[in-house]
Design a protein around this ligand. Structure first.
Ligand SMILES: O=C[C@H](O)[C@H](O)[C@H](O)COP(=O)(O)O
Length: 246
């Protein structure tokens, strides 16, 4: 028997449905990764079955498999490919729409496609919005050979690094879609995400970090049971007030 959806599942479905209202025929889409993005891909798949004409590229092998199974036309990476819209979840977001991502290990492909998108729309349940980033451990994607030195360097920055174990097997490390490892860092509250990002970008072996800064144009976050649109520096407004991308 399928378990009944939790309140959090329902919020994810609601945020995904609100995002889908702004998808138009002809759009090229970046498809995110994680449980919230999966809700969006499932609803997008249903819309495609009903005649919506879009194409997309997925940010992980898991999302690609889901999109393919639902009949969403997929585009291979190629030079010059840009997306009208990327829709993705986040592990945390603050009111400036700075994000922590990578809880599902997909940060590298996510940051790549979302940097190549004209518009990144974040979709999130109510638990994801925080006053200050850092409660969620910050993921880093790390080349396996470089791991010991990356751990030393991150420890020096105060990040209390932990190599992520494989799902269901704590004795082996997790591997990303690129066959790299993930290091989860515990910095505590991140007072200056931009400065931390610059410091991490100096460490050889870190392929990408999970701080997504200045990328998200808007977020749909469920607040009081309603999808609300957040934009940096603006008061939250009900998603129903917008007829197109906010
Ligand atoms: O690597 C995974 C991604 O960054 C996800 O977008 C993030 O972990 C949020 O996932 P979920 O929607 O399952 O909370």
């Amino acid at each position: 028997m399928t378990p009944a959806p939790t309140l959090q599942d329902q919020e994810k479905q609601l945020a995904a449905a609100a995002a889908l209202r702004w998808v138009r025929d002809g759009m090229l889409l970046g498809l995110g990764t994680g449980s919230t993005s999966a809700q969006f891909i499932i609803q997008l798949g249903a819309a495609v079955q009903n005649g919506l004409k879009v194409q997309g590229t997925a940010t992980s092998l898991a999302s690609e498999a889901l999109a393919r199974q639902l009949g969403i036309p997929l585009l291979e990476p190629r030079r010059g490919l840009r997306f009208d819209l990327a829709v993705d979840g986040a592990d945390e977001l603050d009111h400036q729409l700075r994000l922590i991502k990578g809880g599902g290990g997909a940060l590298l492909r996510e940051k790549t496609l979302e940097t190549a998108s004209d518009y990144l729309l974040v979709i999130a349940d109510s638990s994801k919005l925080v006053p200050t980033l850092g409660r969620f451990p910050l993921p880093l994607e790390v080349v396996p050979f470089t791991l010991p030195w990356v751990l030393d360097a991150v420890a020096k920055l105060g990040g209390a690094p932990v190599v992520r174990p494989a799902v269901g097997d704590p004795s082996t490390p997790y591997f990303t879609d690129q066959r790299n490892h993930i290091v989860d860092c515990h910095f505590g509250q991140i007072a200056d995400p931009e400065q931390l990002a610059r410091q991490l970008e100096q460490i050889p072996g870190i392929v990408e970090h999970g701080l997504f800064l200045g990328l998200a144009k808007a977020a749909i976050v469920i607040q009081g049971g309603q999808p609300m649109v957040l934009k940096p520096g603006e008061a939250a407004r009900p998603a129903s007030e917008f007829t197109a991308l906010p």
